[in-house]
Design a protein around this ligand. Structure first.
Ligand code: P5A
Length: 446
């Protein structure tokens, strides 16, 4: 992409309405624009990152054997009356009437709708286990929408639902989700710690939230500092292997890590003092096992191996897809702007032409651009007729992890400069070597 053809409405000044750095940077980098309180338009740069996050979520869900599907945003109130949540959900639910006077709503979550699909089509234990998920816009009329995409009213969620014959199978689905989420967040350059939490309006007793530690986080958390030493890394996972998933679950939830809702001061005090941590975190996901809560209420049963009809065991599992942009920026920025992890960056590298209009510099940039594209990478070429300082400031603000700087002086020696956004370190390389280096960096990511 060439910057002169792109839509990147960067702001020079700090927007006064933004209280936290991720909100400020998303507005300044021209990623989002508020449409109404807690409701945002996603401009091209923001939308690109959103898509990258969705892609990672889809890939990891597929790996875990979960099936992608899509349910509508507008639902009939009738299903929600069956589960009892139409009244219970309260003011957070956006209620709508259609022209026939029928009660409708904008989905805040989709346990009822997916259970309705299940009961219509599945009758036998032989069709289990089944996990379906979607990535879909949700609406929750939050009392205090704030911090940009972090607490929106309209927000994008990955929501998955498992159906199993037994509690044991459903707990395997729970563990499988935990494992797949650990992988998902690590690919985005995040450490998200599973913490014991409260289930709220979704229900059930077993639930973990995934928290990214950040001073601006809305949740107060208590944990044993040893949990931050755990990394998922590049493990070979067989998602059907119950014992393997259970072992990983145990490894990542053994140590004390809880949100304030489930905090137990007496237990916490048993951790050696130097490892006790109280901090703040951003909730980027939550998994639930709620047994037969919805299948009982809505009559979602299957015939078991003995011919008897039994309600299915269920759980639901969410990832805050749009919130993740905020969480990633909170975790990865400096005073110049965003620093995207390679896994989610909107463009893989920026090309800065120090002397636009100079025949040699222009030709070198065009050649670099073509070579990067041929290597399967997506560059953003700043081809504006602007001074170098302004170009660098834009690249730093929008946070591409790698920058190639091309100017007449370097070209005279046959080199361009490759700079890491994270460390600020630069290296002079012949253009072909720079392309090879970037291909190498993105191997396994692109
Ligand atoms: C699980 C999937 C559920 O709704 N039902 C379907 C379950 N869980 S949840 O914890 O309530 O939401 C899942 C994730 O969505 C994000 N989230 C939000 N993101 C932005 N703005 C909001 N107002 C908002 N509310 C929830 C969180 O990341 C949460 O973990």
């Amino acid at each position: 992409m060439r910057l002169t053809r792109y839509f990147l409405p960067v702001l020079k000044e700090n927007p006064s309405e933004a209280q936290i750095v991720s909100h400020r940077l998303m507005l300044r980098a021209g990623m989002i624009k508020q449409a109404a309180a807690g409701i945002y338009s996603w401009l091209p740069l923001g939308f690109k990152v959103l898509r990258r996050i969705e892609d990672i979520v889809h890939e990891e869900q597929a790996r875990a054997g979960h099936l992608a599907m899509q349910m509508p945003t507008i639902q009939s109130a009738d299903l929600w009356r069956e589960s009892g949540r139409y009244d219970a959900y309260g003011e957070e639910m956006l209620r709508i009437k259609d022209r026939g006077g029928r009660d409708m709503l904008f989905t805040p979550t989709a346990e009822e709708l997916v259970t309705d699909i299940f009961r219509a089509h599945v009758g036998s234990y032989r069709d289990l286990p089944l996990t379906m998920y979607q990535i879909q816009w949700k609406f929750r009329d939050e009392i205090r929408p704030r911090f940009g995409v972090m607490r929106g009213r309209e927000f994008l969620m990955k929501d998955g639902y498992n159906f199993d014959l037994t509690k044991e199978d459903a707990l395997h689905a729970y563990n499988r989700h935990l494992v797949s989420y650990l992988r998902t967040y690590e690919r985005m350059g995040l450490q998200a710690i599973p913490m014991r939490a409260d289930s709220g309006p979704i229900g059930g007793d077993d639930t973990h939230e995934f928290l990214v530690l950040a001073e601006t986080g809305e949740s107060e958390v208590f944990y044993d500092s040893a949990v931050t030493d755990l990394t998922f890394g590049d493990r070979d996972i067989d998602y059907d292997d119950k014992a393997q998933c259970a072992a990983i679950m145990e490894e990542f939830t053994r140590l004390y890590a809880r949100t304030d809702e489930t905090h137990d001061a007496a237990l916490f005090d048993q951790i050696p003092q130097e490892r006790r941590r109280t901090a703040r975190g951003i909730e980027v996901g939550q998994i639930f096992y709620f047994g037969t809560k919805y299948s009982d209420a809505m009559g979602a049963t299957v015939q078991g191996p003995d011919g008897k009809s039994v309600p299915v065991h269920m759980g639901s599992h969410g990832i805050g897809v749009s919130r993740l942009l905020g969480a990633i920026i909170e975790a990865s920025h400096d005073d110049k702007g965003i620093i995207w992890p390679e896994g989610v960056t909107p463009f893989h590298a920026g090309i800065v032409n120090l002397k636009q209009g100079d025949a040699e510099a222009d030709a070198a940039c065009e050649a670099l651009y073509a070579d990067l594209v041929a290597a399967g990478l997506e560059p953003l070429y700043d081809d504006r007729d602007e001074r170098a300082g302004g170009k660098f400031a834009t690249m730093d603000l929008i946070g591409l992890p790698w920058r190639l700087t091309v100017g007449p002086r370097g070209l005279k020696n046959g080199v361009v400069e490759l700079t890491s956004r994270r460390t600020g370190e630069s290296e002079e390389l012949p253009p072909a070597a720079a392309v090879a280096r970037l291909s190498d960096i993105y191997k396994g990511i692109v």
